[in-house]
Design a protein around this ligand. Structure first.
Ligand SMILES: O=C(O)CCC(=O)C(=O)O
Ligand SMILES: [Fe+2]
Length: 113
């Protein structure tokens, strides 16, 4: 769909053949008492695209235009798609690879993959 919308569907097969896939399960331990910034640091993804799912413990945040961090809350049965740096380069900057971070607020272990 994306390749079609850019009119480069002829490149789709070669792109797919050169693609590698990585399944990366992550366990975020529950924050300690008074630990305010447990989670992961601010970053962009270096990949083409990240497909993310999580258990019921929220934590993903992205910056709004005014710089405030907003929570991206989603249920365990949903997926969040994050464009990576490779996608941004491939689209000549038309698709943004967003900064994001994980901040845990609940006293529960978070699992993502
Ligand atoms: O756990 C999350 O919600 C985000 C994970 C993430 O940013 C990553 O794996 O690159
Ligand atoms: Fe990420």
């Amino acid at each position: 769909m994306v390749f079609e919308s850019y009119g480069v569907e002829r490149n789709y097969d070669s792109h797919l053949r050169s693609t590698t896939y990585l399944l990366r399960p992550v366990r975020y331990r529950a924050p300690e008492k008074n630990e305010s910034n447990a989670g992961g640091s601010i970053h962009t993804d270096k990949s083409f695209v990240t497909i993310l799912r999580q258990n019921q413990v929220q934590g993903l945040q992205i910056p709004a235009r005014n710089g405030d961090w907003i929570s991206v809350d989603f249920p365990p049965e949903a997926f969040v798609i994050i464009a990576g740096d490779a996608y941004m380069a491939w689209s000549n900057g038309r698709i943004l690879s967003p900064n994001h971070q994980v901040i845990l607020h609940q006293n529960k272990t978070r699992y993502t993959q």
